[in-house]
Write a protein that binds this ligand. Structure first.
Ligand code: SF4
Length: 195
């Protein structure tokens, strides 16, 4: 199509919007048919396990912002891991909403301590938390460990402390957790995945 100056102004004055371009000989079909930029193209992928239930579906978490100095990474999309043997890329609605859980203002991100007789929770460091838990466990075990039962049989039981593990563990970390806890003599041990 030969476009003269007069034709150009005539077409534009007609107010034909998008079709104006077509009338000038530039078809938008090709541009519209282009693949849109994939929204995850520049993201960093991190594998993880859904923390919600004992199915323990595999996740891929997509984040942006960790490729430049002083930039803070932020997870903006989560989907099922297609290579994970448990879920093969699928997620239930709860797992599919995990990105909201991650950014929730109510999410617990650090240990807190509420002293006896108080109603306030106080933020403490991980060092303080681990030291306190280890101290209390050691003292309790020293006081209550049962090496033998009444019949004289070795039982090595520690019945006054229990342990609850998370189902977000892999098989391997679940196995190691089980071995470590049982080695102390604790019998009251559980998690959602029943390792
Ligand atoms: S995605 Fe759903 S089924 Fe899978 S572990 Fe999370 S809560 Fe359980």
């Amino acid at each position: 199509m030969k476009v003269t100056r007069r034709t150009f102004f005539k077409v534009c004055a007609g107010g034909l919007g998008g079709s104006t371009v077509a009338m000038l000989g530039f078809s938008p079909d090709k541009a519209l048919a282009e693949v849109r930029p994939f929204k995850l193209a520049r993201s960093s992928e991190t594998r993880n396990t859904c923390p919600y239930c004992s199915v323990s579906c595999g996740l891929i978490m997509h984040s942006l912002g960790d490729k430049a100095k002083n930039a803070e990474a932020s997870i903006f999309h989560i989907e099922g891991d297609p290579d994970h043997p448990v879920n093969r890329g699928t997620l239930c609605p709860k797992g599919a909403g995990l990105v909201d859980f991650i950014h929730s203002p109510n999410r617990l991100k650090y240990p807190e301590y509420r002293a006896p007789g108080t109603k306030e929770w106080r933020r403490i460091s991980w060092d303080e938390a681990f030291t306190r838990v280890a101290r209390l466990m050691k003292d309790d075990r020293d006081r209550n460990f049962i090496p033998k039962n009444d019949a004289g049989t070795t039982v090595n039981r520690w019945l006054t402390t229990g342990f609850l593990a998370a189902s977000a563990s892999s098989n391997e970390s679940g196995y190691i957790t089980h071995k470590a806890i049982r080695s102390t003599g604790i019998l009251a041990f559980d998690n959602q995945a029943r390792v």
